[in-house]
Design a protein around this ligand. Structure first.
Ligand code: FES
Length: 131
């Protein structure tokens, strides 16, 4: 059967708005939600209550860039998902460190890094690889 030019896997059912996104580490990129389910300059949290590293925050920039990093600031663990997104960075809500969303690195003069996860948007669906 000839492909239609769309090589992306079918996303399957997406979690409903307000519903917890399941932790599917080790399964490769998985559909999280529609891009429009994440507010511009906002974030959505993948809750991982059993994981020692905690939750993952998925951010959407003003330019519709999507980035996934641990929801834990490299300074003292602040919840980055509650920070302010500007450009491709987020300002931690606790002490205002700036974190590069693409790398998880703190912006100088601060030093530190939080883990990043591959994230992409395919046909309006956000995929995140927690592996
Ligand atoms: S915990 Fe994020 S800047 Fe201090």
């Amino acid at each position: 059967m000839k492909k239609s030019g769309n090589d992306a896997p079918h996303p399957g059912p997406l979690p409903a708005r307000g519903q917890r996104a399941p932790d599917r580490a080790g399964e490769g990129p998985r559909p999280l939600c529609a891009l429009t389910d994440i507010p511009q300059l906002g974030a959505r949290v993948i809750e991982r209550p059993q994981h020692p590293d905690g939750n993952v925050a998925v951010f959407r920039t003003a330019a519709d860039g999507v980035f996934a990093i641990l929801d834990r600031c490299p300074h003292k663990g602040g919840p980055l998902s509650q920070g302010i997104v500007f450009g491709d960075r987020v300002a931690c809500p606790l002490h205002n460190w700036s974190i590069e969303l693409a790398t998880g690195e703190a912006v100088a003069p601060d030093v530190g890094c939080t883990r990043r996860f591959p994230a992409e948007v395919v046909h309006g669906v956000v995929y995140v690889d927690l592996g």
